[in-house]
Design a protein. Structure first.
Length: 159
């Protein structure tokens, strides 16, 4: 299973952006262009170390353009090659015949509420009450490390 696309609308510095991922995608760029914001968007849907309270949006999460103010955030992740039996089992019908599934987070500025959606296609997304899928679909976010060798030694000792 892999992430093939992330679509961000109204999230922080992303007015409306679609980011495609390939097998070996590397995210690089200047300061303040959105690398950390993209990672945070992924974490909202996939990082089980984030609590429910961490998912609640705040005013700074909403995009502010030159001429408009976004009243909604939408983060959509497209997964392809979803073939793992455990993942297919936990997603219960939310994987397409083409082995794709979609997760979406939508937040409203007026009440700072959010909703989560899952489905086998964008047209078949259904609201879900929690991130039950995290049992088999999650990422581990690692803060930047000044001493990478020491971090790797420490992590290897934990497995």
């Amino acid at each position: 299973m892999k992430i093939s696309n992330v679509h961000l609308i109204g999230f922080r510095n992303f007015a409306d952006s679609s980011i495609n991922f390939k097998d070996n995608t590397l995210i690089i760029g200047s300061n303040d262009i959105g690398k950390s914001n993209l990672l945070h968007a992924l974490r909202i849907l996939l990082d089980k170390s984030l609590s429910e309270a961490d998912l609640e949006p705040n005013e700074l999460d909403f995009h502010i353009g030159l001429t408009d103010v976004s009243n909604e955030i939408s983060i959509t992740i497209k997964f392809t090659n979803v073939i793992e039996d455990a993942v297919i089992s936990v997603l219960k019908g939310n994987v397409s015949d083409d082995n794709e599934t979609f997760l979406r987070y939508v937040a409203q500025r007026n009440n700072l509420d959010y909703k989560l959606y899952i489905g086998p296609s964008l047209s078949e997304l259904e609201e879900i009450s929690g991130r039950f899928y995290l049992k088999y679909m999650h990422l581990k976010y690692i803060e930047s490390q000044r001493d990478l060798e020491q971090f790797i030694r420490k992590e290897n000792g934990n497995y």
